[in-house]
Design a protein around this ligand. Structure first.
Ligand code: BTN
Length: 252
């Protein structure tokens, strides 16, 4: 029987639901949407629901940034969960997506705090966690088969295909769902250790903001559930993980 690819996705992802049974309860596959984050809200998705788009045209990233049109090259999906401590969710998703990508690439990757997945400083995947009311909606964008980029991304983005990995989007989605589901069930200490092994920010010079305060210095150490220790010209400071953002990062 001939099936359009969307049906194939639905069938394979339903099998992930059947074998997971704990974190992932339903997968909704949609042909095209501006943002799977908004689609999840619009569809009234509940904890355990996943919204996957064949194509996402106007995704958003953290800190008001945009996520480029996936076309038929990238993965865009959103996982709905009960709301929870933002640092723990960010950590579990970072470790989960990193684990999936490592499985696909067969090599280690870095996590640039809080949750960018990077290879040689280029971004392979990004995570956006939005919480309101009782729900958290965690969106994952993963670059799979792009071989060319818009000018502004050419130096900073990379795809699985460019790193020599198989570029099957459905395999990538399955790997992400399985690995994130595992990570969400892991205790804090296991997640923190997995983060630390992949920490791609410590050692770098960075400009960070915590509330109204801007801090520039060398990131000495990160505990993703606690904070970042930064050496500045006027001494060492600890910035809380929950309220700190990176404005800029230079060498490492
Ligand atoms: C970032 O790196 O700043 C986060 C990027 C998150 C992009 C994903 S793609 C799926 C989901 N839908 C969105 O609109 N954004 C997230």
């Amino acid at each position: 029987m001939y099936m359009i690819p969307l049906d194939q996705w639905k069938e394979r992802l339903d099998a992930v639901v059947a074998s997971d049974g704990e974190v992932i309860r339903r997968v909704i596959v949609i042909r095209e949407t501006a943002s799977t984050q908004d689609a999840a809200r619009r569809l009234g998705a509940q904890p355990g629901d996943v919204v996957v788009a064949w194509r996402q045209t106007a995704g958003r990233g953290r800190l008001g940034r945009r996520w480029a049109d996936t076309r038929e090259d990238g993965v865009a999906l959103s996982i709905v969960l009960p709301c929870g401590p933002p640092e723990r969710l960010a950590l579990a998703f970072a470790v989960g997506v990193a684990g999936a990508v490592e499985r696909l690439l067969d090599r280690p990757v870095g996590i640039k705090w809080p949750n960018d997945i990077v290879v040689e400083r280029r971004k392979l995947a990004g995570i956006l966690i939005e919480q309101s009311g009782a729900l958290a909606v965690a969106g994952i964008g993963l670059n799979v088969s792009q071989t060319t980029w818009p000018k502004e991304l050419a130096e900073v983005a990379v795809s699985l295909a460019q790193l020599g990995a198989p570029d099957d989007r459905l395999d990538a989605i399955v790997a992400v769902l399985e690995s994130v589901s595992t990570a969400l069930r892991q205790p804090d200490d296991v997640l923190v250790e997995a983060f630390t092994e992949r920490d791609a920010l410590s050692g770098a010079e960075a400009t960070l903001r915590n509330g109204r305060e801007t801090v520039h210095g060398t990131v000495l150490r990160i505990d993703p559930l606690e904070g970042l220790w930064v050496r500045t010209d006027s001494g060492e400071v600890r910035l809380p993980a929950a309220t700190t953002t990176i404005l800029a990062q230079s060498s490492r």
